[in-house]
Write a protein that binds this ligand. Structure first.
Ligand SMILES: *[C@@H]1O[C@H](CO)[C@@H](O)[C@H](O)[C@H]1NC(C)=O
Ligand SMILES: *[C@@H]1O[C@H](CO)[C@@H](O)[C@H](O)[C@H]1NC(C)=O
Length: 133
């Protein structure tokens, strides 16, 4: 019992030490999908951590689901300790959604999201503007 109390105090002590050392939680720069996307194109967004202390752990989500490399037309690259790119290699009917980059370090986390909404329908209508020759 005394041992676990001691251990507990030790934990609190080291936590305080971390806080005193001034470790900062991550802060992600907002990202935005291009406004002119349609089926068949490719696109990418970049998740850049502008503030906070290393090491960081990156996670990408589409709606609530974690994005896994193996699942088809995505690829995720960790460029360096504070940058990750989400590539969508071929936009299709299932690409629309709310994409989130979440970054965690030892003292906190941050996340930024953007909604990908393709304009396929609009392009289709625009190209049929009644000019028949
Ligand atoms: C996208 O997802 C994030 C994180 O779950 C949420 O905070 C945000 O409100 C969502 N945006 C839209 C437009 O649904
Ligand atoms: C639609 O109209 C624009 C100009 O108003 C024209 O340049 C274009 O060729 C037209 N598109 C078609 C498919 O007729």
């Amino acid at each position: 019992m005394i041992t676990s109390l001691f251990f507990c105090l030790l934990m609190i002590g080291s936590l305080e030490l971390l806080l005193v050392e001034g470790l900062n939680p991550p802060n992600i720069k907002p990202f935005h999908f291009s406004g002119d996307l349609r089926e068949g194109l490719r696109t990418a967004v970049i998740c850049v951590i502008v503030d906070g202390d290393r090491p960081f752990d990156f996670k990408w989500f589409k709606d609530a689901d974690p994005l896994l490399q193996e699942k088809g037309h995505f690829s995720i690259q960790i460029i360096n300790e504070f940058t990750s790119i989400l590539n969508i290699e071929r936009l299709n009917a299932e690409s629309n959604g709310n994409y989130t980059c979440r970054v965690t370090n030892s003292v906190g986390s941050d996340e930024k999201s953007d909604v990908l909404m393709m304009k396929g329908e609009i392009h289709f209508t625009e190209s049929r503007n009644g000019t028949h020759l």
